[in-house]
Design a protein around this ligand. Structure first.
Ligand SMILES: [Zn+2]
Ligand SMILES: [Zn+2]
Length: 229
């Protein structure tokens, strides 16, 4: 009896899953849905020094820089959206080649695990701050940085330093407040005087949040589907 109920539920979840393959943000544009436009600050900290901003490159996919060491994420196509919106796409456009044991940046010497910095042998370590809050201590992400999916307003420092070295926030952090391709909201003073005006953008907000909500769980339901049989 119970097994039948579980299988039935799994079947429903599964079919819904098939219709909507990847509802992870950032979204590419779709009918009735604009593309997301996210920004993350990024820096490359090699043996204790941040290298200069990487140049802007060609970008057919919608994850790029503007010579500002900011990852601009507005996927043009599904192949660079959602779970495929990785730093690898960005590295390709700015001419960087980074893996878990090697970092090659335009105009810089390639560094490999064990190459010496002044304080000892270096290795690739990525530090990420999810919040702009100065109290956020950040966290280290091990492994290949190109697999990281940058999030909106995140700070990312890809470091090649000895184990345990201090890894600072990327120098491009303030650029997130001063982006050349984003018009600052003119409502800053208006919204505090007239809270009623805030109702205008609400329909969009509620639409956006109601769409991904039921689908945030598919990764989990996929695994439960696998478990049932
Ligand atoms: Zn942008
Ligand atoms: Zn752009």
């Amino acid at each position: 009896m119970a097994a039948v109920v579980i299988l039935g539920t799994a079947g429903i979840v599964y079919s819904r899953d098939q219709r909507q393959p990847d509802n992870t943000r950032p979204f590419a544009a779709a009918p009735g849905r604009p593309a997301d436009h996210w920004h993350a600050a990024i820096g490359y900290y090699i043996c204790g020094t941040f290298v200069p901003n990487l140049p802007e490159g060609e970008d057919p996919l919608g994850i790029h820089g503007h010579g500002d060491n900011v990852v601009h994420i507005h996927p043009f196509v599904n192949s660079s959206a959602g779970k495929r919106a990785t730093l690898e796409v960005y590295f390709d456009t700015v001419g960087a080649d980074i893996s878990d044991d090697r970092i090659e940046l335009p105009g810089q010497d390639t560094k490999r695990t064990g190459d010496r910095c002044e304080d000892g042998p270096g290795r690739i370590q990525t530090k990420v701050w999810d919040k702009r809050n100065p109290d956020d201590p950040g966290r280290i992400i091990e492994g290949d940085p190109s697999a990281i999916r940058p999030q909106d307003n995140q700070l990312i420092t890809i470091a090649f330093v000895p184990e345990g070295a201090d890894i600072p926030k990327p120098p491009s952090t303030p650029t997130l407040d001063n982006l050349s391709d984003v018009t600052p909201p003119p409502t800053a003073s208006t919204s505090s005087t007239a809270p009623a005006t805030t109702t205008a953008p609400d329909p969009t907000a509620s639409t956006t949040s109601s769409v991904p909500d039921p689908n945030t769980s598919p990764p989990a339901s996929t695994s439960s589907t696998t478990r049932v049989p």
